[in-house]
Design a protein around this ligand. Structure first.
Ligand code: SUG
Length: 416
């Protein structure tokens, strides 16, 4: 069996819109009310998948969830006419950010030798709290092979859990036993700390992780207050490399020491605040990157175009590339529609280390399937949505029909 990292990107749903629903997410707040472009958004996301597939990597996808979600409004006795924010929540396409779908512990790390996935309850934001029951349905199909996978329901709502966005795994290789680093928040100044320590500890227990190879680390409250609503906005890890902003963690020196004690070969690339401030990091999403092991064995960083075009970030990247560091390539991609809601390349993917042969092949991509999905998007996704159109019955019919067409095209109509 050969264990490989598979990136499951969320396909941007047909109701993608800018409603300003996420307190503490600066992009979401500053683009609230703008017109969104769902078709372009989905094509940008598929473009990133094609880009990464073209690097020789294994690529999968997860489907948009059913929207508008009438059951969500029904459960709170609403029909959407009472409050535009509740209506927008029921229409949100936020499941595109699959880094928040679940936390994943690959087989080499777990007590029973299976890959464990726990859906994230996402309770801090109402529009995201409705995702997990539908997410888990999808995960149970994609990872149905019980000899290799265990899929858990979300932890109870008293413990806020945001999934893989606050979880990093390091090790000598994807297929080797790794260390798992859970990053939680205690305080975020004016903004909520979405990941609770007890949720992280619950997930680690459910996955049967070895306490000697599991770290629980507090996120820097200043980072949350500056707009790092998830740790993956200020740090990313892959195999032996951690790429982090110097202000990501509450106690950076002890965090680095604990990582080095658990993984002596760890290489920690710290970006100092005097080169890239927290504000620049959050605006450019430099760290919301996919740090990938390329088939050559080198590591490459898939960053948003916004980071490549940011003068101070670009200067730092140029210096990094000229040095002899562990990150050898920088690969910019255009995911601007997702970025405008605070979702960069790393938010759009869930990493699962597994043998691709054990995953339901309907969730895996090749060139032909990407082209098929693009054709569905081109034919059915709305071109533009203004927030005042949410609730429009004709638009609702189009959004529902678009998702059904996609399900049929990938042979997953059982999720209708
Ligand atoms: O939860 N934005 C998402 C972005 C998630 C990014 N994910 C990671 N960092 N892994 C969020 O804040 C905005 C929706 C709106 O405002 O319409 C939103 O939900």
């Amino acid at each position: 069996m050969s264990l490989t990292e598979i990136n499951f990107d969320g396909i941007v749903g047909p109701s993608h819109n800018y409603a300003g629903l996420s307190l503490g997410n600066i992009a979401s707040a500053s683009n609230a009310g703008d017109t969104s472009y769902p078709r372009a958004a989905a094509l940008q996301g598929l473009g990133k998948m094609r880009h990464n597939l073209g690097l020789g990597l294994t690529q999968g996808f997860l489907l948009p969830l059913p929207r508008p979600n009438g059951a969500f409004l029904g459960a709170i006795g609403a029909d959407g006419s009472e409050d535009r924010r509740l209506l927008a929540a029921a229409w949100s396409a936020s499941s595109m950010w699959t880094a928040n779908a679940a936390t994943v512990s690959p087989a080499p790390d777990t007590a029973d030798g299976r890959c464990h996935l726990t859906a994230a309850n996402l309770v801090t934001m109402p529009h995201r709290s409705q995702e997990w029951p539908d997410t888990v349905k999808q995960l149970r199909i994609a990872f149905a092979d019980a000899a290799h996978f265990a899929v858990h329901d979300a932890v109870p709502a008293c413990f806020g859990d945001e999934g893989a966005a606050n979880h990093m795994r390091m090790g000598s290789a994807h297929g080797a036993p790794g260390i798992e680093i859970f990053v939680y928040g205690k305080s975020g100044g004016p903004f909520p700390a979405r990941q609770h320590e007890q949720a992280s500890r619950a997930v680690a227990r459910l996955h049967g992780l070895d306490p000697a190879r599991t770290l629980f680390v507090e996120q820097n409250p200043e980072a949350i207050a500056a707009g790092a609503f998830h740790n993956d906005v200020v740090a990313v890890a892959n195999e032996r490399v951690l790429f982090t902003h110097e202000q990501a963690f509450a106690d950076p020196e002890s965090t680095y020491a604990a990582i080095r004690a658990a993984l002596p070969e760890a290489e920690i690339v710290v970006v100092p605040a005097d080169a890239v401030s927290l504000a620049d990091a959050i605006k450019s999403y430099l760290f919301n990157a996919q740090l990938l092991t390329l088939p050559s064995g080198e590591q490459g960083l898939v960053i948003p175009l916004e980071a490549w075009e940011h003068p101070r970030v670009r200067a730092w990247l140029d210096t990094m590339l000229a040095s002899n560091g562990p990150i050898r390539r920088v690969l910019p991609v255009d995911v601007r529609q997702s970025m405008a809601n605070g979702g960069g390349p790393a938010c759009l993917r869930l990493r699962v280390v597994a043998d691709p042969a054990t995953v339901d092949p309907r969730f895996l991509l090749d060139e032909a399937k990407i082209a098929r999905i693009e054709a569905v998007v081109a034919a059915h996704w709305p071109e533009a949505i203004r927030p005042d159109q949410l609730g429009d019955p004709a638009l609702a019919d189009q959004v529902i029909a678009a998702r059904c067409a996609l399900l049929a095209a990938v042979d997953l109509s059982e999720l209708a």
